[in-house]
Design a protein around this ligand. Structure first.
Ligand code: PAF
Length: 283
């Protein structure tokens, strides 16, 4: 079914309130568009678990830093809605920038400490932008449940903490990463990679899964696991490594010895393209 496309916040809010009055369970899938099978797995789950699915498509400028890929970020609303037509998506909310950030808008969310390390340290202001837009979307679309992907693991922690700290009346579901056959996590940014870079890129997931396998066979020392991972990255000719870390899955603080609460998480650059990935060691 072809979803209705809305860009007006009042219409959006009225539509959600109508569904809720009728007793329907409303699900929300926030995205920046350029939809791939990872996003579609969230959409599919939302349609299975709720009565009314809303997908938002908005490339949020405040979560991009200076020199990042805001201008070249892929945008194709027609293609995205074609893809969504395979599912029971009831509405797409695709506002413009002035709607979400009217001239003079200057209030933002200061995210929790979990936003500080890793991505937060390398992309100042990124999680402030994410938390602010997600709160705005939650206000305009007071859904019962929102679906996010585990690929942006730190983002899920920042949003979960915001939900808890602000007592937001919404549940959050984190869906597993969808990967290509060689293990590369699906990402809208994979489209920037050349054929050679695309092959190199799989080295990141190989390194993280190698950590998980070694830990599974009893090597629990973080330093030794990270050394083994850096060898895999070197073998894949990945030399721009922002971080590969073993951290507690809740606090995102580094650990010395891994256990079932540890997550292996990494960010690398392949040419000008920045890729992130993570693997829970308990899996
Ligand atoms: O994960 C994303 O696509 C974005 O960060 C989100 C959650 C839609 C906020 O812009």
């Amino acid at each position: 079914m072809r979803p209705a496309i809305l860009s007006d916040p009042e219409q959006m809010l009225a539509l959600v309130e109508k569904q809720k009055r009728e007793g329907k369970r409303v699900g929300l899938v926030p995205t920046m568009g350029a939809l791939h099978d990872g996003h579609l797995s969230l959409v599919h789950r939302c349609t299975e678990e709720t009565d009314f699915t809303i997908v938002t498509i908005f490339v949020n400028p405040t979560q991009f830093g200076p020199g990042e890929d805001l201008d070249k970020y892929p945008r194709d609303l027609q293609q995205d809605t074609d893809l969504l037509s395979q599912f029971d998506v009831h509405a797409v909310f695709a506002p413009d920038v002035d709607t979400m950030y009217p001239p003079g808008a200057s209030t933002s969310v200061m995210p929790a400490d979990v936003a500080k390390p890793l991505e937060g340290a390398l992309r100042p202001g990124h999680f402030e932008g994410v938390a602010t837009i997600v709160l705005k979307l939650f206000q305009l679309i007071p859904a019962d449940v929102a679906y996010f992907g585990q690929k942006d693991y730190q983002q899920t922690r920042v949003i979960q903490q915001m939900i808890e700290d602000f007592h937001l009346p919404i549940d959050m579901v984190v869906c597993p990463i969808v990967r290509d056959e060689d293990g590369l996590a699906l990402s809208s940014r994979n489209s920037y990679l050349s054929t050679v870079q695309r092959q190199q890129a799989a080295g990141l997931s190989r390194a993280l899964f190698h950590i998980r396998d070694l830990a599974g066979s009893g090597n629990l020392e973080a330093a030794s696991l990270l050394k083994a991972a850096s060898q895999i990255l070197a073998d894949a000719s990945i030399d721009q490594i922002d971080y590969v870390a073993l951290v507690d899955k809740r606090s995102l603080e580094p650990v010395q010895r891994v256990d079932e609460n540890t997550i292996a998480i990494g960010a690398v650059r392949i040419g000008a393209t920045r890729l992130i990935d993570n693997v829970l060691l308990a899996q």
